[in-house]
Design a protein around this ligand. Structure first.
Ligand code: CP
Length: 314
């Protein structure tokens, strides 16, 4: 594994899940392994969990991490090849990524989509420009179309909560939001859930179909009540439209997940990557109740990142 930007195989996924669980029991078991190594955490967008959990993961392995909030502290980057830089951008990705590549052993990048240029976003243009010019291993801290560290932590959390049913019914349900939100978490969750051979049902209002690259093999069910029946895990997430790219489509029906809606799935555990807009995306009663796995997911972000960094520096 040179880079960590997407799901590669079930074999690798299971290895990383098991390693994350190992580190959860023994966080400092390899605390000298990364001695002398440096990780650059480059944020083009805000973060709470990803930033802190990845720094803790690096520290647990003895790796020094340096955070650069490019959105606040860095120069405005030009991403386009051959650009005449006579507008607002100050430094070309070619130069910046090459410099960062010479400072670090591993580079980790957060780069959200524009939600306006579908082709560039779908090609994961920004993170691929870093990969092209940095010439060192790159870890995605959430790109335009994927959030693999979140998904790995989600798979760890599902494994921890599996009962004797080794093929649980997993449901990804769309939730309301006031802003146009990226598809990355939903895409990655579908990619990893299907890749790990779980049974996935995706439910959303008409018009919110995700990119089929990520959902092939899932059951698409527009009736939320039907989708939720007998669910073992319910992952709640908003995303904007993919076909009408980056748009919010008005929805009349109430899509907020409540206890009432889970009556026919009494065992269901509820997941969300956070941050969550309470009582818009997900109700207080669920977030604060016994079904909620959201804090466990957030904690597992440390050990997912630790498993990935351990593999990359090995
Ligand atoms: N889930 C997640 O990636 O959280 P942050 O955006 O706070 O990093």
């Amino acid at each position: 594994m040179k880079h960590f930007t997407q799901f590669e195989s079930n074999t690798l996924a299971q290895e990383l899940i098991d390693k994350a669980l190992y580190f959860k029991n023994a966080p400092l078991a390899a605390d000298a392994k990364g001695k002398g190594k440096r990780l650059g955490l480059i944020f083009l967008n805000p973060s709470l969990r990803t930033r802190v959990s990845t720094q803790i993961a690096a520290s647990n392995l003895g790796i020094e991490s340096i955070v650069l909030n490019m959105d606040k502290d860095g120069w405005a980057l030009e991403m386009q090849e051959g650009a005449i830089m006579n507008k607002m951008t100050v430094e070309h990705i070619k130069d910046a990524a090459a410099v960062l590549g010479s400072y670090f052993d591993v580079l980790a990048i957060r780069a959200f989509p524009s939600l306006s240029n579908k082709k560039e976003d779908s090609d994961d243009f920004t993170i691929n420009q870093f990969i092209k010019y940095a010439n060192l291993p790159v870890v995605s801290l959430e790109s335009a179309i994927r959030h693999p560290l979140q998904s790995l932590a989600d798979m760890v959390t599902i494994k921890e909560n599996l009962s004797e049913n080794t093929k649980p019914k997993v449901v990804l349900t769309w939730a309301p939001h006031i802003k146009a939100i990226p598809h990355a978490v939903a895409n990655s969750f579908a990619e990893w859930t299907l890749g790990c051979n779980y049974d996935l049902t995706i439910t959303h209002p008409e018009g919110y179909e995700l990119d089929e690259r990520f959902t092939a093999g899932a059951t698409i069910e527009h009736n939320q009540a039907k989708a939720l029946e007998d669910a073992d895990f319910v992952y709640v997430k908003n995303w904007s439209a993919f076909q009408s790219y980056g748009k919010i489509i008005h929805v009349d029906e109430p899509w907020l997940l409540t206890e009432e809606k889970l009556k026919r799935s009494p065992e269901a555990k509820v997941m969300h990557c956070l941050p969550v807009r309470r009582n818009l995306e997900l109700s207080d009663e669920i977030l604060d109740g016994s079904r909620s796995l959201v804090q466990q997911q957030a904690k597992n972000r440390i050990f997912a990142a630790q498993a990935v960094l351990d593999k990359i520096i090995s």
